[in-house]
Design a protein. Sequence first.
Length: 152
Amino acid sequence: MRVTTWTEYSLIITLNLAKRQIEGAGLVSAREIAETERLPADYVEQILLRLRRADLVESTRGAKGGYALAKEPAAISVFDVMTAAENQTFELPCHTHPIDAPRCIPGEDCTIRPIWVSLKSRIDELLLSVTLADLLTDEQKVQELVTLRPLS
């Protein structure tokens, strides 16, 4: 698993919007998010478009327009943000970098694939269990939260 800059920026942007929502601050422009978070403005625009397409963010046009979360921070998981940004959370090597074509065909016998599928499942389970609201607490609380959550 590789956490990309795109994913990192997506989480920073959604956390910015979550803080604003909790504070009742209203809509914010992409430019203001970019300036506040010190992110490249063109990335922020592209990420907000993906987040809007995933129904995580709403936008309003006009002079007083801008962006806001489409849901409460407690209803948006890290998984939601990552899949909106990257369309996935974990690349299965069998699908993205097949080493041996016959072995890596879905349905063919492969003793390695179950490890990757299980790992993806556990990663997704953890990411689904942590919300933007959780991430708005301090680092120690988030660490305790992710450490104490049992994986099935």
